[in-house]
Write a protein that binds this ligand. Structure first.
Ligand code: DQA
Length: 149
């Protein structure tokens, strides 16, 4: 089956417990489950990965990126700091959508900067867990699937 990567960075394993007003009440496994069922309708398998460590995310993108059609990524705080994650995505040349649960532009200025946005297909920020589903649908459309909106 064709594959879509779903990558989550630091602290996203704490979803459901962590600042629910900003990040929603759903757990990461709930989000992964729904993404898996959306992708399946279009014949894609979701390969998901979460890590609190930058190097592990780089390793995952390097290894899995070459075998996959696209990626949805919430790099968490690494969004605002990581040249290494940016470079790993460029190295494998995988099309991707950057997603955030919160609206990063309504928050502290250091969250307004992203090392990923300019090389992403697009960015979805502020819709809690729906950011992931919207991002996935947008990626599927980008990959040529006829999506139902
Ligand atoms: C986040 C926004 C980031 O600024 C923050 O560091 C996160 C989560 C979001 O999904 O809203 O960990 O990526």
């Amino acid at each position: 089956m064709k594959r879509i990567l779903l990558v989550n960075g630091p602290n996203l394993n704490m979803l459901g417990i962590r600042e629910p007003d900003k990040y929603g009440k759903l757990t990461l496994s709930g989000i992964v489950e729904k993404c898996t069922s959306i992708a399946k309708r279009y014949g894609y398998e979701v390969v998901d990965f979460q890590s609190n460590s930058e190097g592990e995310i780089v390793n995952f993108i390097q290894i899995e990126g070459l075998k996959s059609s696209g990626m949805v990524i919430n790099a968490g705080a690494y969004t605002h700091t990581s040249v290494a994650i940016r470079d790993s995505i460029l190295a494998v040349g995988i099309p991707f959508v950057e997603v955030h649960l919160s609206n990063v532009f309504s928050r502290e200025p250091f969250r307004h900067r992203s090392y990923l946005s300019d090389i992403a297909i697009g960015v979805i920020s502020g819709f809690k867990e729906n950011s992931y589903y919207l991002g996935l649908i947008a990626l599927l459309a980008y990959l040529g699937e006829e999506v139902n909106i």
